[in-house]
Design a protein around this ligand. Sequence first.
Ligand SMILES: [Mn+2]
Length: 348
Amino acid sequence: MTSLNQDKETVATSITHLAGYFFDQSRKESHIGIFPHARADADALGAALSLAIALQDLGAKVEVIADEKAAPSLQFLPEAETIVLYSEEVADRQFDLAIAVDLNTPDRLENREKLFLQASQHAIIDHHVRDEEDKDNELIYTSSSSTCELIFRLISALEALSSKRIFNDDIAVLLISGMMTDTGRFSYSNTTPRALRQVAWLLEEFKVDLAFLTHELFERTTVTQLQIRGDVLASMKLAAGGRILYASVPREMMNKRKATDDNLDYLSSDMREADGVDVSILLRESPDCTEIHGSVRSNSCLDAAEFAQLFGGGGHVRASGFTIEGMSLEEAETEVLAQAERMLEQCL
Ligand SMILES: [Mn+2]
């Protein structure tokens, strides 16, 4: 599983190339659509909104298009209120340039896939594994902690090209939020020295309330969230002789608490931390009960990205996700556990 765009020099060249391209498009006042992935997290939104601010500053007409409103926990992000929700009215729009951020296959855009594809030109900026050669205007660097780390580098290059200051307080908050969440507050193995240097510089130069960000992004919770997490944690089971810890969440369980999907964010990561557990798996029924969403965290030789790909998903070596259609929760559970056990046995 290799993405070609992986060595440092190639990435630096891609960044220069992409910045030059964005700079030209912005000066031409192009109409640019920026597309974060569905159910956007802080990295996707931070990347989309900060890039939008930067390109607007350079003259482009920019819209960030999403399937749904920012999750309640992310509505504090600067400019979150400018996000344009996908609707029939938006569906016919033909952007001069469509940029996907924090995803690398347009099908992760769900309802917006067609809107993205019908744009005249395309670009992709991402750090998830993809089993495909990179094309022109694609910046996919899996060694980057986050998409926000790549956006920082792009904005730096745009500053150099335009000889003006583009970074500002809002961009600083957006980029730090993305980097903080994707690295688990700079604690996961994907944390890079570069991300830490970027954050240090942003803290030096701009007004960022780190304690406030930590509270909003990590600590803030609701009684509902604590309750649904309690329900799910109480229902966890072990498989593969204790190496897999999993939970399957029927929609009914969510509805009883009036819980929303983002109430389960990071729960699979918490489950992975249990002593002796190599892999944690959280399955949940989608709100309309037509799909099963899976979230996988690995501590072990099991490559979570490769595992998610078995079900048409993707992600990173230690964290990934997928969506299964046409199976009940029970069927999905059986299938997912069987594949996880098989993969764990193989990689020992
Ligand atoms: Mn990300």
